[in-house]
Every structure is written in C-alpha cells, then in structure tokens.
Design a protein around this ligand. Sequence first.
Ligand code: AHG
Ligand code: MN
Ligand code: MN
Length: 353
Amino acid sequence: MAQSPPRPRTEQFQEPESFLTLEQFIIDQQETFPHSTGAFSRLLRDLSVAAKIISRNIRRAGILDVLGETGVVNVQDEKQKKLDDIAHQELVRALRRGGECCLIGSEEQSDTISMNPSREDRERYAVFFDPLDGSSNIDVNASVGTIFSVYLLPDEWDPDDVIDVSLQRGAEQVAAGYVAYGSSTMLVFTTGNGVNGFTLDPSIGEFLLSHPNLRIPNEGTMYSVNEADVDDFAPELQAFLRWIKRKDPETKRRIRARYIGSFVSDFHRNLLSGGIYVYPVSTEYPDGKLRLMYEANPMAFLVEQAGGRATDGHQRILDLEPTSLHQRTPLYIGSTRLVEAAERFLQGEQART
Ligand code: AHG
Ligand code: MN
Ligand code: MN
C-alpha cells in the first residue's frame, strides 16, 4: 500500500526563547531614544504594562462584565463603552504609577490631565491616547486597538498655566505606537528610528519582537474606506475611488476592499500588506472623523517611519498645527503611491475618470 507523504513541518516555527523580548529590545535600543536617560524606556514599559492589562480584559470580555455601554456620552458625543472607560483608566493608572508622564490627553476625557508635578528638573513627557479604538467592534468580538503618541513637554510648560503649550505638531513626536488586539495582540511602535512590531505571548506575559523593521509596500493591494458614505464625498474623491477600482493595466488585477471599522486594525493590515486608508470629510463629519492628536498623528509618524505617507489631502499630517485636543482631520494614509494618487485627484491634477 502506498504510504502517504510525511506531513510538512512549519519551517518558521520557533520557540519563544529565540525571540527578543520588548524589555531587552528597549535596553538594546536605549541609546537611539530621545534623551537616553532611562526615563523614556520606563515610559515605554508603563505603556506596555497597560497594553497587557487591556489585552487581558478584551480576551475575557465575553465572560467578564465589561461588554456594553457605561451610560455616559463622552466628549466626542459618542456613547462610551465600558471597555473604553476601562482602557482609559488602565492607561492613566500605569502612567501615574510609572511617574515619567506629566500630562495625558485622552479621547475619553474632555481636558488634559496633569500629573507628577515634582519632575521639574527632568524630562517631562506628554502622552496622548485613544484608549480603545474601534469600540463599536467590541460587543461583536471583532478586533480593536489602542493608539498612543508621546511628546516632550517644552521647558515653559507649567501644569497650572492657562496657556496650553502641550499641543505640538505631530512632527515633534518622540514616539508613537498602537496595540492591535486581533487574532494575537501586537504592539507596534516607533521612536523615530524605524518601526518594530512585538507579539504578546500570553503564556509568558511578554511582548516578543516578531516584526522587526517593518516597511509598508509602496504599492497597495487594499483600500479601506466606509463606502456607505460615498454619495457624501467630494467629486474628486469619488473619481479617485473609481480610479483605484479599475483593473490594473499591467497586472490585470483589481485592488481589494477591506474595512473593519477599527482604524488600528485597518491600518495594521495595510501596513503589512500595502494599501490606503481614507476617512474624508463628509456631510456628517465636515472636518473628518479621526482625531489629530491621538489617531492621525501617531499613525502618520508610524507610516512615514515605515516608508509610507499620510496627508489630509492637501498637507502632510505631521505638519498640521493643532489648536485643540480633540480636533479632527480628514486622513489619507498608507502606501506612498496610493496616497500620492489620492492627492493628485483631490488637488485636481488628475483628470476625473
Ligand atoms: P473610536 O472607536 O476610537 O471612536 O474610533 C472609531 C473610528 C475608527 O476606529 C474607525 O475607523 C472609524 O471610527 C469608523 O467610523 P465609521 O463607522 O464612520 O466608518
Ligand atoms: Mn479611535
Ligand atoms: Mn476610542
């Protein structure tokens, strides 16, 4: 009787011991960090601790009492989910306990939070975050995320001052990252020296370097936009969407549509596979929907560090001058060739098709 061939082995399989832990990576990279005093390393550690706690709550969401709404309408005029609030609290707690962060701006709180005022002669960090992104996906067990953005506060910053000097252009960020709570939990971040991705091994509670030096493909295979709103989009954007859906004359292939409704997850997929994410102005959101300080800026920093591009259609996201904590912006982000094509359409340089 003919013997069946041996089952192929997964060549890529490696024991976790052979991966670098986030902790070791931070120690190894410390010299490339802004002000390599250790304070910044501790700040990253605090963020990763919060990420693990949030991940644990999300993984057990169906069996803990954490699904549904809190009954609160947040500053965005959106119904706050219990996990929005839990994630916010965990991040605040981890940063307060760590002692390196002096100012927090969160999607879930109308005003900034000052803390650790005794750090007068040391680096003072501000952290802006979207504690839980894509929260409409929580109750249906689809992927969600956390986004964070780190700045150094200027010397003249005073926690009691009414003049808010904490809002700086995205180009001033010293670090940015996100946590994607998908089929695995991944922490992806940059300190301005490339982008690295770490996967949480829940059995040992460590983030392990699984995606070193991430680069976004120049050409994209995916586009992500809420096409239900297409009738509200500008004619130039509608023309771009028609163009992007044409069969490529060289490859004879069409781009694929992917829209999860969780920016982190859509961004993460496009970062790995190549693509463009679009959240434009519409009748409902005349300034766009995504928030500059804790959604657009950190992802723009990441995408540029990975070789991609992010604009509001006319201007580089990282050059936008922020005027308020919760300000919104239109966003075109992803593979350079696709974002540049979108800009050509929006600026009227490419004929409508
Ligand atoms: P959040 O849950 O933090 O409020 O963010 C939701 C955002 C973003 O994650 C997502 O891409 C977008 O809203 C989806 O909006 P639409 O449902 O309008 O497409
Ligand atoms: Mn969000
Ligand atoms: Mn959110």
